[in-house]
Design a protein around this ligand. Structure first.
Ligand code: NDP
Length: 394
């Protein structure tokens, strides 16, 4: 029997279960491109329930405990005295979500001799030291596509929030004001702007499709060019590199994975090459940007706004400068954990566990590392030799 350590974000401060705003979530027919939805044999929760927090336990408790496995669920994940680190020495499986990542560094992997499977309930396994996982023969899997559309929708919202100056305008209403000139002084239409997408993978392409009806001029870069037919359909201009892209746009949305080529890519120099008054939305990973370079660019006016939902570390300390920098529309890391998204990635996590316990292969598209090498989606999206997972020290 296995010991599974499940690291999830804390319950709502208003208590669990919450009062739900709606009575369910729509069932989508499948993913763009034909990938099918997760298909576990059963679910022990109703889609639309909050399963991503500790009490929700991804809806896995009954399934795992009835099969005789030991399930530990905790949100206490950071530092050597954390419950996560205390439970690691005899853990067989670790599951965590990017929104509340249990950083699986090489040091922690060394403390977990029985660990064989690390599941990311969501997308983005950069909180796992993939080199260490490769060296130790640990399988790493994530729920590919489960929240890609959720993130693309969040990016659309944050682009509009920045360009239309939504957050300060909303604040005037809450504060009892009617200061139209103050709201309008930084509000623009998106129509006609040059909008760029850095990395047109699953999320980036979904964003391009959602932005096309706004009558903007679309641009993108990616290591692999989209098929000509797709470029024509979306009327999107390809740029061979990020340098060319950022010079050509008013709004830039980042959708590349965090790896050595993207780590701290957006530094003072790259930001200075953008048009004055550009907007950046980053729902990919915070460390693609240099934290203080973003703050300085907002203060100087080089950037007109910055938004996103990814921070470093997560959760960020109370004095993280992105909480208070000017003209930002940041949220906590929530874009990929809507109730709609978590229904899918909780089901995908169960599918992986069912396959693992039955000795069946895990779906190729869910694999990041297997058999001591990058595998499946990991072969396309990650780089071996990437170095340490983020661990709060860098
Ligand atoms: P995909 O793997 O579908 O797409 C990523 C794309 O980025 C690929 O086309 C890849 O090309 C390209 N790419 C990689 N490196 C570069 C580079 N240096 N320059 C330009 N393009 C590059 O990933 P997704 O769209 O599903 O997700 C993107 C990222 O979004 C994830 O890695 C994750 O970090 C983040 N994410 C955030 C979430 C949130 O809740 N905020 C939820 C889900 C994901 P190639 O295939 O050739 O390498």
């Amino acid at each position: 029997m296995a010991k599974i350590v499940l690291v999830l974000y804390p319950d709502p401060i208003s208590g669990y279960p919450p009062v739900y705003a709606r009575d369910g979530v729509p069932v989508v027919p499948g993913y763009p491109g034909g990938q099918s939805l997760p298909s576990p044999s059963a679910l022990d929760f109703t889609p639309g329930e909050l399963v991503g927090c500790v009490s929700g336990a991804l809806g896995l408790r009954t399934f795992l405990e009835q099969a005789g496995h030991q399930l530990v669920v905790t949100s206490d994940k950071d530092g050597p005295d954390s419950e996560f680190e205390r439970e690691l020495p005899d853990a067989d499986i670790v599951i965590s979500q990017p929104f509340w990542p249990a950083y699986l560094t090489a040091e922690r992997i060394a403390k977990a001799p029985r660990l064989k499977l690390a599941i990311t309930a969501g997308i983005g396994s950069d909180h796992v030291d993939l080199d260490a996982a490769i060296a130790r023969g640990i399988t790493v899997a994530e729920i590919t596509y489960s929240n890609s559309i959720s993130v693309a929708e969040h990016a659309v919202m944050q682009i509009l929030a920045l360009v239309r100056n939504f957050v300060p305008s909303h604040r005037w209403v809450v504060d009892g004001g009617w200061n139209i000139a103050d709201c309008a002084a930084r509000a623009y239409d998106l129509e006609g702007m040059d909008v760029g997408v850095m990395a047109a993978g699953r999320i980036g392409q979904a964003l391009l499709r959602r932005l096309a009806p706004f009558a903007v001029n679309l641009h993108y870069t990616d290591t692999r060019r989209l098929p000509e037919a797709v470029e024509r359909e979306l009327n999107v201009t390809f740029h061979p590199d990020v340098h060319s892209l950022v010079r050509a746009v008013d709004v830039l949305s980042i959708h590349a994975p965090l790896h050595p080529q993207t780590y701290h890519l957006f530094d003072d120099k790259l930001l200075a090459s953008m048009r004055r008054g550009s907007y950046i939305v980053n729902t990919a990973r915070a460390e693609i940007c240099v934290r203080d370079a973003i703050v300085a660019a907002l203060q100087s006016g080089q950037l007109a706004g910055y938004a996103g939902d990814v921070w470093y570390p997560q959760p960020p300390p109370a004095d993280h400068p992105w909480r208070t920098m000017p003209h930002h529309a940041m949220t906590p890391h929530v874009s990929g954990t809507t109730l709609s998204a978590q229904a899918r990635y909780a089901a995908g996590t169960r599918e992986i566990l069912e396959d693992w316990f039955a000795g069946r292969p895990i779906r190729e598209e869910y694999l990041i590392v297997a058999g001591g090498q990058l595998a499946g989606t990991g072969k396309e999206s990650y780089t071996a030799g990437a170095g340490k997972a983020s661990d709060g020290q860098r």
